[in-house]
Write a protein that binds this ligand. Structure first.
Ligand code: AMP
Ligand code: GLY
Length: 421
C-alpha cells in the first residue's frame, strides 16, 4: 500500500507514526509534513488546501489511500475531488464537512433531528443580532458564534450585554474572521464539564474511540488565552459508562444516521464537542477530523491497524472489523514557543530529542518543527512538540511525559505544568 497523509502538525505526526507500524505499508508520504514526520515519511511541500496539486501528487505517486488531518481541505471539497479521480480517501465530503464548516447548518441539522444542543437563533445581519441581544431572551452569559471556520477563535462566551454587542461588531461588522462572520449563531450558555467524543464511521457503522480531554488555555490553572491545545490525556476512566452510553444513543448514532438519511453520508472521523450538563450531554460543536492534541493520546492506544480501518471506511465495511484499544493511559504535554498563541519567533535549535528517543513508552510528536540548512531540528511554529507517554495509570503516564519533557530544551520553551491534574 502506498499511503498519503495530508497535514503538518502533531496530529499528522501521530497519524503517520501509527501508519508506519502497519505491515501493509510500502510507501508513506506526507504533504507537507514537518521535521519529525520526515523521519517516517517522504514529505512533499504541497499546501493542504491546494487540491489540484494534491491530486497531482497522489496520481504521480500512485497513492492507494489518503488520510486527511485538518478540516480546511475537507470543507473545501478535497474528498469530492479525490473521489472524482477514483482516488481512495478517508474523510467526509464537502457536504458532510459542513457539520464543522458552518455552525448555522450544524445547529439547524441538530434542531431538525432532535439532537441535544443549546437553544439558538441564527442572525444574518448585525441589526438582527443586536435585536436578539437586546431582547435578553438567552440571559447571561450568552454565546455568540461566527458561522464559518475561524481557527477556533470565532466563539465568544459573553458575560454581559456589552461583551455580546462587541462580539457582534467584531464578527459581523469589522469581519475579524472574514466571510466566516457573515452570519452568527446566538445561543444559550450551557454549564457543566466539557468532554470530547471521537468516532470512526463509514456512514453506517460507528466505532467510538477512547475518551480524551484537551487543555485549551495557555497557562496553568486554565488561565490565559485559548490555544489550539496545550496538552491532552486519555484513560479509560475519563467518561462514566452511563454518560458514554447516552452520548452514543442520543448524539453519536443519531448524527450519523441523520446524515445518511439526508443523503450526505458522513465518512471518516467525527469529533463531537460536548457539554455534560445536568440534563445530559449536549453538543457544543462538531468537528470533522481528529483533535490536535487529542490524536496524540488516542492513537497510541489503538491496537488495530489504521490502514485496515481506513480501507474499511472507504469500502463501507467498518462492521467487519472490531477495533481494539489498549487499556493503558496516555498523556501529551505541548512544548510551545514563547508568545504563543500570540506572536512568537521561530528558528531556535531544539536539544534533547535524541535522549528522549531512547526512553521507553515515550514518543515526541512534532507540531511546528523544521530542519535548518545546517541539518539541525529547529522550532517552526507556535506549538512545537507534543511530548507523549503511556503507562498503566494516568498519573504514571503524566509523570513519564514530564520526565521526558525535562530533557528537551529550546529558547523560549513554554509548557503547562498541570496537564492531567
Ligand atoms: P465551539 O467552537 O462551538 O466548541 O466553541 C468553543 C468553546 O466555546 C467550547 O469549547 C466551549 O468552551 C465554549 N462554548 C461554545 N458554545 C457554548 C455554549 N453554548 N455554552 C457554553 N460554552 C460554550
Ligand atoms: N484540540 C481541539 C481541536 O483539535 O480542535
Amino acid at each position: 500500500m502506498r499511503v498519503l497523509v495530508i497535514g503538518s502538525g502533531g496530529r499528522e505526526h501521530a497519524i503517520v507514526w501509527k501508519l508506519h507500524q502497519s505491515p501493509a505499508i510500502s510507501r508513506l508520504l506526507c504533504a507537507p509534513g514537518n521535521a519529525g514526520i520526515a523521519e517516517l515519511a517522504a514529505c512533499s511541500s504541497v499546501n493542504v488546501t491546494d487540491i489540484d496539486r494534491l491530486i497531482e501528487l497522489a496520481e504521480a505517486e500512485r497513492i492507494d489511500l489518503t488520510f486527511v488531518g485538518p478540516e480546511a481541505p475537507l470543507v473545501a471539497g478535497l474528498v469530492d475531488a479525490f473521489q472524482a479521480r477514483g482516488l481512495a480517501i478517508v474523510g467526509p465530503t464537502r457536504a458532510a464537512a459542513q457539520l464543522e464548516g458552518s455552525k448555522v447548518l450544524a445547529k439547524e441539522f441538530m434542531a431538525r433531528h432532535g439532537i441535544p444542543t443549546a437553544p439558538f437563533v441564527v442572525c444574518d445581519s448585525p441589526q438582527a443580532a443586536h435585536r436578539v441581544i437586546a431582547s435578553g431572551r438567552f440571559g447571561y452569559p450568552v454565546v455568540v458564534k461566527a458561522d464559518g471556520l475561524a481557527a477556533g477563535k470565532g466563539v465568544t462566551v459573553a458575560e454581559t450585554r456589552e461583551q455580546a454587542e462587541q462580539a457582534i461588531e467584531r464578527t459581523m461588522v469589522e469581519r475579524a474572521f472574514g466571510a466566516a462572520g457573515e452570519r452568527v449563531v446566538i445561543e444559550e450558555c450551557l454549564f457543566g464539564r466539557e468532554a470530547s467524543f471521537f468516532l470512526f464511521t463509514d456512514g453506517q457503522t460507528i466505532a467510538p474511540m477512547p475518551a480524551a480531554q484537551d487543555y485549551k488555555r495557555a497557562l496553568d490553572g486554565d488561565r490565559g488565552p485559548n490555544t489550539g491545545g496545550m496538552g491532552s490525556i486519555s484513560a479509560p476512566e475519563l467518561i462514566a459508562r452511563e454518560v458514554w452510553q447516552a452520548i452514543l444513543d442520543t448524539i453519536a448514532r443519531p448524527t450519523v444516521e441523520a446524515m445518511s438519511a439526508e443523503g450526505r453520508p458522513y465518512r471518516g472521523v467525527l469529533y463531537i464537542g460536548l457539554m455534560l450538563t445536568q440534563e445530559g450531554p449536549k453538543v457544543l460543536e462538531y468537528n470533522v477530523r481528529l483533535g490536535d492534541p487529542e490524536a496524540q493520546v488516542i492513537l497510541p492506544r489503538l491496537e488495530t491497524d489504521l490502514v485496515e480501518i481506513g480501507q474499511a471506511i472507504v469500502a463501507g465495511e467498518l462492521d467487519r472489523i472490531q477495533l481494539r484499544w489498549s487499556s493503558r493511559a496516555t498523556a501529551c504535554v505541548i512544548a510551545a514557543s514563547r508568545g504563543y498563541p500570540g506572536r512568537y519567533e521561530k528558528g531556535f535549535p531544539i536539544s534533547g530529542l535524541d535522549e528522549v528517543a531512547a526512553m521507553p513508552n515515550v514518543v515526541v510528536f512534532h507540531a511546528g518543527t523544521a530542519r535548518s540548512d545546517e541539518g539541525e531540528i529547529v522550532t517552526n511554529g507556535g506549538r512545537v512538540l507534543g511530548v507523549t507517554a503511556w503507562d498503566a495509570t494516568l498519573p504514571d503516564a503524566i509523570n513519564r511525559a514530564y520526565r521526558a519533557l525535562s530533557r528537551i530544551h529550546f529558547q523560549g520553551m513554554h509548557y503547562r505544568r498541570d496537564i492531567g491534574t
